[in-house]
Design a protein. Structure first.
Length: 468
């Protein structure tokens, strides 16, 4: 399964020496590039080298000192609309510089993560250039790397979330995997309009705000042909706790061709947390909330439940508190006379904390499949508890788990379950009982699945507080 090139001789030279020399020239023409970043995610354009090559060179020069074994390349499908994603499963991709090998183990494992949305659709690669255009740059930058080629279809935020989560699980604690997103920016606007749109787009990327970015592209206020892959990358960045973003270069075709009447925008972006050689932090603790912030969140949860139960609609809420506007995951638990009445949460934050609490409160009251929806007659008898979660981190094995301090996520073969930290205190279970119940009750796995080296275990902490 060797994929022949589609655009050699068009987007870039089909002659190996000319192609190699042209990439060398592009990288030599770049301005200063930070070379000490431990890059986890990168964005590079994919147009013809005379147009986008001067921008793409910044990405590859910035990642050159990193050591990767696997590069997951995610691009949009330009010619074939389809649902879900398509993963090239084995073999390789050929360019004039040779063949790049597919990481078959990673690709096959990814295909098994979600058999509903993840497929191999050979026809979507027949004319596609998004992945191919990145390969000669990679071949010139690294030796012996393997790739996982992924094309994404129709804009579905759930597919983005599922792919980001699957990548997070598979990559785990590996630091030798790069997520490379192949995408151009705005298409065929005048030079000034394109720059204005691209500035909005890059602002959402810098903020690592997947919701703002996705909705901006759907509304056409922003524009990237690869906005679905970029949304996935932003969600993945959130899941991994990545906080540093640098836009290395932005330009458009008008800067190279001189024609500024209908231009295409290009950007080079890197995401990282650490510098090369730095020891990553293992502290999964979340920034604490003060008493006023906890009180405000409890009021938001109570008001949201009461409004929804009585009107069927969630209220519009706002908070001026900067801490509550930080993106963070949370669970809302409802009890009635001391008995559980509903509990739903979002482990990975995707919106401001106060909005997460509102949405999870409404969901706990109306969508927990274990219970009927809450009624107005019950409102006076319920009690609310909120758990604000830290960013999960993967652990090597169960020895790192501290009962009472850590909540735990278990994940294997598309099955996932979670227990909050307080479950250990409430049940009095031993660690083995806690993990066995998590696997069987929550994940639908065998009770001893947590002992399997292929099972991923994640821990997080929670700031837990409740109504008086």
């Amino acid at each position: 399964m060797i994929k022949e090139p589609n655009v050699a001789g068009g987007f870039y030279s089909a002659d190996p020496k000319e192609l190699s020399d042209s990439i060398d020239a592009l990288e030599q023409s770049t301005g200063p590039v930070p070379a000490d970043r431990k890059v986890a995610i990168a964005i590079a354009p994919h147009a013809g080298y005379p147009f986008s090559g001067p921008v793409a060179a910044y990405t590859y020069k910035a990642i050159a000192r990193n050591h990767y074994k696997t590069i997951v390349i995610i691009g949009p499908s330009h010619f074939f609309p389809f649902e879900g994603i398509s993963i090239w499963p084995k073999g390789g991709f050929k360019t004039p510089l040779g063949t790049v090998t597919v990481d078959e183990d990673f690709a096959q494992a990814l295909l098994k993560e979600n058999t509903t949305e993840f497929h191999y659709l050979p026809n979507v690669y027949e004319r596609e250039h998004a992945i191919e255009v990145e390969l000669p740059f990679l071949q010139k930058t690294f030796e012996g790397i393997r790739i996982v080629p992924i094309l994404m279809g129709d804009p579905d935020p759930q597919v983005c979330r599922d792919l980001a989560a699957a990548l997070d699980r598979l990559i785990g604690q590996r630091d030798d995997v790069l997520i490379l997103v192949s995408s151009d920016m705005s298409h065929y606007y005048t030079y000034d309009v394109a720059n204005q749109m691209d500035a909005l787009t890059l602002s959402a990327i810098r903020e690592i705000d997947p919701k703002k970015f996705f909705e901006g592209n759907i509304s056409r206020k922003m524009e990237m042909c690869g906005f679905v892959p970029v949304t996935t990358a932003l969600l993945y960045a959130r899941m991994r706790g990545i906080t540093h973003v640098e836009v290395l270069k932005h330009a458009n075709s008008g800067d190279t061709s001189g024609d500024k009447s209908r231009v295409v925008g290009y950007s080079s972006v890197i995401f990282y947390n650490d510098l090369l050689g730095a020891v990553p932090s293992q502290d999964e603790g979340a920034k604490a909330l003060n008493s006023a912030e906890k009180k405000e969140l409890l009021k938001i949860a109570r008001d949201s439940i009461e409004t929804f139960v009585r009107t069927g609609k969630a209220p519009d809420v706002k908070s001026a508190d900067a801490r509550l506007n930080e993106v963070q995951g949370a669970f809302v638990t409802i009890t009635k006379h001391g008995t559980l009445r509903g509990c739903i949460g979002n482990i990975i934050g995707q919106e401001p904390l106060y909005e997460t609490v509102r949405d999870m409160a409404v969901a706990a009251a109306s969508q927990d499949p274990r219970f009927t929806p809450l009624t107005a007659a019950e409102l006076k008898d319920i009690h609310l508890e909120i758990s604000v979660l830290s960013q999960p981190r993967r652990v090597k094995d169960a020895s790192e788990i501290q009962l009472g301090k850590h909540g735990v996520i278990v994940s294997k073969d598309g099955h996932q379950g979670v227990f909050l930290p307080q479950v250990a205190d409430e049940t009095g279970w031993s660690k083995e009982e806690f993990l066995s119940q998590l696997c069987s009750q929550k994940a639908g796995l065998p009770p001893d699945a947590w002992k399997d080296p292929d099972t991923a275990l994640y821990v997080f902490t929670a700031d837990v507080f409740a109504e008086k």
